[in-house]
Design a protein. Sequence first.
Length: 74
Amino acid sequence: MSGMERITVDPDQCGGRPCIRGLRIRVSDILDLLASGATRAEILGEYPYLENQDITAALEYAAKQLDHSVVRVT
């Protein structure tokens, strides 16, 4: 599973807000955690069912919503 495929939208889950892989963790939850200063390691420690790529997907989704290009560095 890659990038945007990790983001799911289900009208019957979380009020139709974008979530990660059908889990009940919203993209906005991850963004809020990052904005409050949480590191990827801290987020992954709190939510062990998340993967590092999920955090990247949340950021990519937010950037696309704002119509900004995302440059992936590998």
